[in-house]
Each structure stands twice: as C-alpha cells, then as structure tokens.
Design a protein around this ligand. Structure first.
Ligand code: GAP
Length: 452
C-alpha cells in the first residue's frame, strides 16, 4: 500500500524526493504542484476551523530562530532528547525505544552489539553570523509552542482577549531525528499546526475533553475512518517533560500503529519558566476580580505532513469499473484500453472535496479549435472561483482516470453537441454519474455540489 501511494505521489506531482537530481537527501521530501495545493487546503481549512471561525482564538506567525534562552527556559536543551544506541559491529544508530534491543541489530543482525543508550538532543543547532563559536549558537525551533508562550502577553493585550482563549500557529519545525523514515511520517523538518489554549487553572479538564472531541471532528472532516484511530493515554514516565497529561491520537498506518496527533495539558510549566528566566511578569489579570495569575494551558497539536499522509491513505482506493456502453449522455466511454463489456481498474483518490487539489477539470473532447473556443473561456471562468485543471490530450477515458487519480471531484467535458445545445457534461468522481448542464449554469451547479 505504501509503495503504491509513494509511487502515485511522485508520478502525479504530490510529493517528490528532495534534491533528486543530486541523488536525493535521505528523508527529505518536496511537495509538488498537487501536493502544495493539498497542503495549503489542509492548512487553510484548519485555520478557518480553529482560528478564523472562532471568537476565542488568535493567530501568530513567529520566527523560526528564537533567542536560545527560550529553549533553555522551556527545558528543550536539557530534556528534548531520545535514547540513542549504536551497533558496535556496523555502527548503525537507532532509537532504543523503537527497536527490540535484545533481538539484535536490525541492520547487521548481530546480537548484543549495542552501546549503552545515551540521550541524544533533538534540537537543530546552528550559528548566527560568521563565527562558529559558543556565543553564536542558536537553534531552529523544535516546536511552534514556545513563541505562543513568549508572545502570550503581547498577543493577549493587543487582541484584548479574555480567558479562555487560544493562540494558534502553523509553520516549519526542525528536529534532528535519529531515525526518520516512512515517507513523510517522520522527517527532520516538518510542518506543524498547533495552538495553546489558555484557561483558568481549575478548568483545564473541561477544556482538555472539549478539544479532544474537536480533534476527532476535524479528523472526520479530513475523511479519516474512526476505526483506524486509537486514543492512547500516555503514562507519566513516557510523557514529554512539560506535560501533566497527554493523549496521543494514533493511526493504523500500513507500517504500524503510530502517533498522528497529540493533546497535552502543559499546566503553567512554560509561562512560569519564561517568567522566572526572563524576569517579565507574564501573569494574566482577571478583568472582573483583578486577580493576577498564570493561566494553564491545553495544547492540541496537529502534524501537517502526517495529516496529508493520512488524507492520502484514507482517500486511496482501487475499483473495478465495467466498461460503459457506448452512447448515453455526453461521453462514450469510462474505461481505458478495454473492450466493451470488460472491466478496468480505476485508482481513485476520494479526497474530501473541500481538500481536493483541483475542484474541477475542463476537458474538451478533442483538440479541435471549436471546442477550445468554448472550453478555454469556461476554464478561465471556473478558475476565478476554484482551482481548475485543463487537459485536452489523450482519450477522454484516460483523462478521467488521471483526474480520478488526483482526486478531482468534477470533470467538465465539452463535446461537439456543446456547440449546438450550449451544454457540457459534468462527471462526478465518486459515482461516475454524468449530468448535462447548461454552460451558463456550471458555476451554480458546482457551487451546490461542492458544498457536500
Ligand atoms: N508542541 C507539542 C509538540 O510539538 P510533539 O508530539 O512533539 O508535540 C507534535 O509533536 C506533532 O508533530 C506530532 O503529533 C506529529 O504529528 C508531528 N511530528 C512530530 N515529529 C515529527 C517528525 N519528525 N516528522 C513529522 N511530523 C512530526
């Protein structure tokens, strides 16, 4: 399954191996023309849902490189590490908590060959300016959260929000992972979407439950079947250093059940440490009672690349399609290279319509100029409202297959009858049903259909 998806992702322009012309760079990936559309649609839908549509949420877009004191105060320089073991025979390195150490080295199979586990810090180190000396050390952010804490006072005062309210962000994070892998599941630079929800200390449990439920509903929206989700209460010894309660939302990937998202109760751990280390008063003043206190924090966190991976995994399906009878409305054939009465396999990415890279594709039945004269202005009109593809090469059956494979919900075909009756055929990706629609009414038709 993963092989098929990785191959489709490359072939159709969702995800490419990074710097491929130089032989690539292990575990680095680029989003291609369709991948960037899907990624941006996920980001935009998330932002609309959790920020734009809510009165209790504001956003920030912070710097990737922060003052290194931030990471000292947050505990990341000390605690943000994984246990590293090295095989003394082949020198492969692994995360001790991800392999069966007693079973021997996964690379060379030698038993009892591992060094004792050593804590390996995941923060990505760099240097500011031309000198590589200790005073110039800085770090690429390992999570978005810290800027939401350091900017807490400014964001709260400038937006005049009262508790409870949240600060959200989206962006790149960096971790020097010991064992990245499984396509875009674990990489050293990745995209994160998360928010810190600031609450009165006594109310954290209510909001923890509330946000966990909201995360489930977001996953419904992304088309994820709940039967492949597992909600795992993380025991104290396995929690991140800042967390007093964590529930991981795990997904049954083809390579095993692993983390998709998480929700953590961070208490006042971060605000308190930043207040102590910076000497700045980060307390919130209750406007009614005048009481000053540090809010507590519930943090839902959503890996964007993992969301995209799961959207693709959930959307991928293969179907046997009987060849449509010739004739019928509009378009004569649904199959590729088969005779009438035979069936063909179609690969469909049933991506939720709201997230699909292209919402529509305009397909003139042939390259003839008369058809382009109708199809091109129609595509230009549709592009004003939706991402719209245009394709006039190859048989119509093959073009339908291509659009199915990239998840386009609607194909709009201009044929020779269109020149007379001023209508086009609109084909539905999932049902393959076709409707004949007046050219003037295509926008209204799609508007209605794309709502569902
Ligand atoms: N601020 C909380 C935080 O960063 P985390 O569990 O360490 O929590 C958040 O990471 C999310 O980021 C994870 O649930 C996962 O979706 C994603 N993630 C973490 N490490 C990743 C990696 N190396 N590659 C891709 N995504 C990753």
């Amino acid at each position: 399954m993963m092989d098929k998806l990785v191959s489709l992702a490359k072939r159709r322009g969702f995800v490419f191996p990074g710097s491929e012309i130089y032989g690539g760079l292990a575990n680095s990936w680029d989003y291609g023309p369709l991948g960037v559309l899907l990624k941006r649609n996920i980001e935009a839908a998330w932002w609309r849902r959790f920020v734009g549509s809510r009165p209790d949420m504001v956003g920030i877009d912070a710097a990737v490189i922060m003052n290194p004191k931030v990471w000292e105060a947050s505990g990341h320089l000390k605690e943000f590490s994984d246990p590293l073991v090295e095989c003394k025979n082949c020198h492969s390195r692994f995360r001790a908590d991800q392999i069966e150490v007693v079973a021997g080295c996964p690379a060379c199979k030698k038993k009892k060959s591992f060094t004792a586990p050593a804590q390996f810090n995941l923060m990505f180190k760099t240097f500011l300016g031309p000198t590589e000396e200790d005073a110039a050390v800085a770090y690429l952010r390992g999570e978005l959260a810290q800027a939401m804490f350091t900017d807490f006072k400014l964001a709260q005062e400038t937006s005049r929000k009262r508790l409870p309210f949240g600060i959200a962000a989206q962006g790149k994070c960096f971790r020097n992972e010991i064992t990245p892998g499984n396509f875009i599941f674990r990489t050293r630079e990745f995209n994160l979407m998360e928010f810190e929800y600031f609450v009165p200390p006594k109310e954290w449990e209510k909001y923890f439950d509330y946000w966990l439920e909201e995360m489930k509903q977001w996953l419904d929206f992304c088309g994820v079947d709940r039967s492949r989700l597992v909600f795992r209460e993380i025991p104290a010894e396995d929690r991140a250093h800042y967390s007093k309660r964590t529930v991981d939302i795990e997904y049954q990937y083809p390579f095993g059940q692993k983390e998709l998202y998480g929700i953590a109760y961070r208490g006042d751990f971060d605000l308190k440490n930043h207040m102590d280390k910076s000497g700045q008063d980060l307390r919130y003043t209750d406007p009614e009672s005048g009481e000053k206190y540090l809010p507590h924090v519930v943090e839902p966190t959503f890996g964007l690349d993992r969301t995209l991976l799961v959207v693709l995994l959930e959307a991928y399906r293969e179907e046997e399609v009987p060849m449509a009878a010739k004739g019928g409305i509009g378009i004569p054939t649904e199959s590729v290279g088969t005779e009438e009465g035979e069936s063909a396999t179609r690969v469909v990415l049933g991506i939720p319509k709201a997230l699909a890279p292209y919402k529509a594709a305009v397909l003139p039945l042939s390259k003839k100029k008369e058809l382009a004269a109708v199809a091109e202005p129609l595509a230009a009109r549709l592009r004003q409202r939706w991402t719209t593809d245009y394709d006039e090469t190859q048989s119509i059956g093959r073009r339908y297959r291509r659009q199915d494979e990239i998840g386009t919900p609607y194909c709009v075909t201009v044929d020779f009858d269109s020149l007379q009756d001023k209508k086009v055929t609109v084909r539905d990706r999932d049902s393959m049903k076709q409707d004949r629609v007046a050219i003037e009414e295509v926008e209204d038709y799609l508007e209605e259909k794309l709502k569902n």
